[in-house]
Structures are given as C-alpha cells and as structure tokens.
Design a protein around this ligand. Structure first.
Ligand code: GLU
Length: 323
C-alpha cells in the first residue's frame, strides 16, 4: 500500500512539475492602452483576446493595462515595464526622432508593429459655454489632457495654429480623458480635447448628458497639416453622436492613425505571433469594437515611422504584404 501511495504521490509531483514547466515556458506580455472609455483599451483587449485564443500554439499570455495613453505607453515600453502599447502615429514619430517630449532623446529602440484605427482630434464643448470655434475658447476652462496622453500636444498644436496661447489665453486643465465627460457635465470645465477613434464611450457619455454639448469643428488648419507630416484633415461622423447639439453638421478636424508599438528588445517570435494572429483573424478582430470596422491589411501598414519590428516584418514578407 505504501508503494501504491508513493506512486500516487509521485504522479502528483510529476503533474506539478509539468505544470510548473509549462508555466515557465509561458511568455507574459502586457499591452499598455488608455482610459477605460476610449478606443485603445478595448483595442488592446481585442488584440489580447485574439492572441490568447492560440495559447496552445504559442504559449503567450497577453494582458491589458489601462494607462495615461500614448506618451505613457511609449515611455513604459522603453523602460521595459510594458512589452507593447498603443500610441498615436504622431507620438511614435516624435519619440523615435527625438521631438516634442523626447526633444534631444530619440527613442531608437522603439519599433512599429502595425497601425490601428484612425483617430480624430475631438473638441467637445458645452453649448452654454458659447464655444463654437477654437477662438471662442479664449478665457474658458478647457481640458487638454494629462501629460502622458497623446492628445495634450494635439490641443496645443491646434490652438497655436489658431493664434491661441494655452497658458495666457485660457485655463488649461490636465485631467485624464476618462474623467472629462463627468467634469463637463458637472459644470467644472467648458470643454475638453480627446484625440480618439470613433465611436467611443467617452464622447457618448459627454454628449448624452443633461448639459447639452457639441463637437466643435477645428478649422483653418491646413498650414498645420502642411507643417507636420503626421496630421491629416478628417471628419467626425456625427451620426454616431445623435445627442450632440450639432449632430446634423459636418465636423472637420485633424487626425492621425493609432499604432501598435513595441521595443527592439521584445523577441521576434512573440511579435511575429501577435502580428500573424491579428492579420489572419482580421474579420473577427474588427468585430470586437466599432471603431475598428474600417481596418484593412493595407491601412494597417500605414503611419509606421519607427522601424518595423523584425518579428512583424517576417510575417509581412511571408504574407506578401511587403518585399
Ligand atoms: N489618443 C489618446 C492618447 O494617446 C488615447 C485614445 C484612446 O485611449 O482611445 O492620449
């Protein structure tokens, strides 16, 4: 009986060891996203879902973290605290080339993986604030975003293009995008900026409240688009926000792509697996959030200014998407 028992225990040990071995092989990766009501967070979740479905094949376990967004994500990836992150194409460009926040400190280990949904610089304002254009923001309280966000610099850029100095001409707040709709509804701010894909929960929350709001058109920004290669003119489809007071107007603004980025230090096979699974399950991926609807294999290769990670490149060559 003792023999039987010890054999039984041996089996238990064996099982435990193999579980430990399996665990040791698993590669854990964390994807930095943005605020819970934006598009980055559900997009990161969609990437993780697609990859985790193939756990048996790759032994990769991806998790998602809500963060301060683009700038935070790039810095955390460069510090080795995150393996992947989502960042605006303009931020990817600035980080790699040592501009803006990274002035004189180019992030040469930053790597592009693929592009995601387009984002639009979105300026939401309370109807009772009287803000109908950038210039009307003079003397008002406007949230331009937390320092780790991508949108903060976008707000500064468009105001500057309109001849408005955010330090002198208005009261600029630095709160997280996720908190802005409630602050607007509570009457604590007159408007806020969010560079984000559409539709999203944040702008729905802001436009569906009791305090009436509009999405302000950003006009006369052609010089800005000429000056910075990463901006392009775009529109916000207002059918997505029927409760905005200007739901029937055409809203113009500037935008850029969201991109999926990593570090040169992340192993090729991990980046390869994630790239391959997202591209080969694109129809399923697109269904996971309405803002992802318009993605194609071609648009997903745009807006990549940092070098493409070799793991992703391997897949693009294999799939005939790149030479
Ligand atoms: N583009 C925003 C930023 O980087 C985040 C948007 C989102 O979370 O969907 O600040």
């Amino acid at each position: 009986r003792d023999r039987l028992r010890s054999r039984g225990l041996g089996d238990v040990y064996k099982r435990q060891t193999s579980a430990l071995e399996a665990h040791a092989k698993t590669t854990f990766v964390t994807i930095g996203t943005g605020g819970l009501t934006g598009v980055y967070y559900p997009t990161g979740g969609a990437i993780a879902k697609i990859v985790n479905a193939k756990k048996d094949k790759y032994d990769i376990r991806a998790t998602v973290e809500s963060t301060g967004a683009s700038v935070f994500n790039i810095n955390a990836i460069m510090a080795g605290d995150l393996e992947f992150g989502i960042a605006q194409a303009d931020r990817q460009y600035q980080a790699y080339n040592g501009l803006s926040e990274w002035e004189g400190k180019p992030q040469k280990d930053l790597r592009a993986v693929f592009a995601l949904a387009p984002e639009a610089v979105t300026f939401v304002a309370a109807e009772d604030s009287g803000i109908k254009s950038l210039k009307d923001a003079k003397g008002k309280v406007v949230n331009i975003g937390n320092p780790g966000s991508g949108n903060r610099q976008n707000a500064i850029d468009v105001f500057e293009a309109a001849g408005i100095n955010i330090e002198k001409d208005l009261k600029a707040e630095s709160i997280k995008a996720a908190d802005a709709p409630r602050m607007l509804q509570d009457g604590r701010i007159d408007g806020f900026f969010y560079t984000v894909g559409h539709p999203n929960g944040n702008i729905k929350e802001a436009t569906a409240g009791k305090r009436k709001t509009r999405i302000v058109s950003i006009t006369d920004i052609e010089p800005l688009v000429k000056k910075f290669p990463y901006y392009s003119l775009t529109n916000i489809d207002m059918a997505q926000y029927p409760e905005a007071t200007n739901a029937n107007e055409k809203v113009t603004t500037v935008g850029m792509l969201a991109t999926f980025v990593t570090s040169a230090k992340v192993p090729d096979d991990v980046v390869y697996a994630i790239t391959k699974e997202v591209f080969e399950n694109l129809d399923e991926f697109k269904k996971l959030h309405p803002a992802l609807e318009g993605l194609t294999r071609e648009t997903m290769l745009e807006g990549l200014t940092a070098p493409i990670h070799p793991g992703a490149l391997k897949y693009y060559k294999e799939a005939g998407l790149m030479k």
